[in-house]
Write a new protein. Structure first.
Lengths: 301, 301
C-alpha cells in the first residue's frame, strides 16, 4: 500500500497505513458489502449517477439500508480526491453492513462502514495513456459464473472469490483475463470486465439476461455505437463465437476499452493487420473524445 | 463488539475494539480468506486436527500458501483462549491473503493476515446448556447453493453472501435457518449447518457429492451413528423427503446437534410427542457423552 495516500474511512480522512476496519466488520467477516470501482477524469468521477444507481441496486439486493444520500457518498469521494490532489484516479467506494451483534443473520438496524480508496491513474481522453499493460489475452476458465439464484450477478459485492478463482487458473498460461461462462456454458464476461466482439459491422455482447454485471462502460460503449449507427446485438453466445470473431475487446471503468489479441490461444485477426480491428479503433477514439469533451473541456480536441 | 475481549491479529493480542485489518487487505476487499469456526470445551478446541485439515484444503483451493504450521495456528488459538480466561468458547480462525500490490490478481508471495476471534459459550458435554435458542424452524429458500464450478462448497471462505441472502429471505417468516437446495433443486444444507433427517431407524444426510460443506460435527455424528449400528445413508434427496421425515436435525460446530421442529410450515412430529424424536435424542446424548469424556475428563458421567 502507498502510505502517502489518504483514504476515507467511516467519515474521516486517514493515511493509507491507518485505514482499517474492525475484524468484526461484516465486510471483512463475510464480504457483506457493496462497492463501485470508478474512474476520475480531470478531478471528476466518470458517470457518477450511473454508479450511484447501480450501488443503490446492489444495496437493495443485499437489503443493506445504509441511510446515506448519493450526495454524501459523492462528497466523500470528492474530499478524498482533493485531499490527495488527484485529478486522474482510480476510485473504489465500499459500503459494508458494519459491525453487528450475533453472527450471520443481518440486523435491520445498520451502522454502515464507508470506505473510499483512491490511486493515481494516467489522464484519460484524447492522447491519454491507457492504464493497462497492452492488449488482453483471454482464456476460457473451468470456473464459471454462479447462477443468479446463488449470487445475483448485477450486485457488485465484496464476494469476489469467483473471479479470483478464475484468475488463478490463468497462472502460467500467459493469459491475463478469464473468459468466464454462465452455468449453461455460454459466454458471460471476464473476471473484472464485460466482453464485446464483432464480425463485420455488427457489435455483439452477452445480454444482461445472463449472469452479467451491467457495466457502466459497457453501457457507454453501446450508447456510442448506437449514436454512430453501428448495430449492437445483445444475445447468448457460445465461446466458439468469440474465438472466431474478427474483433474482441473488453470494457471496465478502469480500462475503458481494451483490445483483445488472443482468445484461447487463437490470435484475433480482424483485418490481418494486428490487434485492434477497425470497429475497436473507432469506438476507442469516440470513447476518448467523449471523455475529452465531458471531463477535460475538450482541451485536446 | 465486546471491548473487554482480546483478539489475536497478525501475531499480537489486541483488545477487540483495536482489532482491525487494512481496508486493502484482500480479506476485506474480496473476501479472499479461509476460515474455521471452532468450539472450545474445557479449554481445548474440539477436533482440532479435522479443522486444521479442512482449513488446509480450503487454502489449497484458494492457492493461498500462508506458510504457517498447524501448531502455530493452534498456539494462536490457545493463547487467545488463555488471555481471555475462556474454557468454553466460540472460536473463529481466519487466514487472509493479506495486502498485495495491484488489484484482483493474487500474487504467489503471501504475507497472510491471521485473525482469531473468541466469544464465551456455555459449557458443553453432559448437562451443558445448548448455545442456540430452542429447536430450529427451517424454510426452503429461493436462494440456492452455487455450483461447485462457481464456488467450491468444501472451501470455507469469507465469501458468505450466499448464506446471508438465504437468511434474509427468512425475515418475517418465523424461520431461523434456511433449507438451501443445490442447483438441481435437491436438498443441500442450511446457511450455517448440515442437515440430517430420519425415517424409522435410518439416518439420512445429503452426500458430499453435492455442494455441501464437509462439516466436522456432521462427520462426528455419522461416526457416532455407525458405532451404534444405526444405518446412515448419504444420498440425494428432494425437499419433500425432508418435509415428510419423522425427525430432522441440524449440525454445526457451535450448535452441536440442534433439533428441527418445523420444515416449510409443517411440524416435524416423529413420535407424536413433540420435537426431538428418539434418534435425535439418542444421538444428542451420545454426542454430549463423547464431549464429556474427551474434554471434561468425564466429570459429569
Amino acid at each position: 500500500m502507498d502510505d502517502r495516500l489518504l483514504f476515507h474511512v467511516d467519515g474521516e480522512l486517514v493515511s493509507a497505513d491507518e485505514a482499517t476496519v474492525s475484524v468484526e466488520d461484516r465486510g471483512f467477516a463475510y464480504g457483506d458489502a457493496a462497492f463501485e470501482t470508478l474512474r476520475a477524469f480531470g478531478g471528476e468521477v466518470f458517470r457518477w449517477e450511473a454508479h450511484a444507481e447501480r450501488l443503490a441496486r446492489t444495496c437493495e439486493t443485499l437489503t443493506l439500508d445504509h441511510g446515506l444520500t448519493d450526495e454524501d457518498l459523492k462528497d466523500r469521494i470528492d474530499e478524498t480526491l482533493a485531499a490527495n490532489d488527484l485529478a486522474d484516479a482510480y476510485v473504489k467506494l465500499s459500503i459494508t453492513r458494519g459491525t453487528q451483534p450475533g453472527t450471520l443473520d443481518p440486523h435491520p438496524e445498520i451502522d454502515p462502514t464507508v470506505v473510499v480508496i483512491v490511486k493515481p491513474l494516467p489522464r484519460g481522453g484524447v492522447g491519454g495513456e491507457p492504464p493497462y499493460d497492452g492488449p488482453a489475452t483471454l482464456q476460457t476458465t473451468r470456473t464459471r459464473k454462479p447462477s443468479a439464484r446463488a449470487l445475483p450477478a448485477d450486485a457488485k459485492t465484496h464476494n469476489y472469490l469467483n473471479g479470483i478463482l478464475a484468475r488463478l487458473e490463468l497462472r502460467g498460461t500467459g493469459a491475463d483475463e478469464a473468459l468466464m461462462l454462465d452455468p449453461d456454458g455460454n459466454v458471460a464476461e471476464g473476471a473484472t470486465s464485460n466482453l464485446f466482439f464483432a464480425d463485420g459491422a455488427a457489435l455483439r455482447t452477452p445480454s444482461l439476461d445472463g449472469p452479467i454485471l451491467p457495466g457502466i462502460t459497457r453501457r457507454t460503449v453501446i450508447e456510442i455505437a448506437e449514436e454512430e449507427g453501428i448495430p449492437v446485438e445483445e444475445g447468448t453466445y457460445t465461446p466458439d463465437a468469440v474465438r472466431s470473431a474478427g474483433e474482441v475487446f473488453l470494457t471496465n471503468s478502469t480500462w475503458g476499452i481494451r483490445p483483445v489479441e488472443v482468445v484461447d490461444g487463437i490470435a484475433v485477426d480482424g483485418d490481418g493487420e494486428g490487434v485492434a480491428g477497425p470497429l475497436t479503433t473507432l469506438l476507442s477514439r469516440l470513447y476518448d473524445l467523449k471523455i475529452e469533451e465531458e471531463y477535460y473541456d475538450g482541451e485536446r480536441i
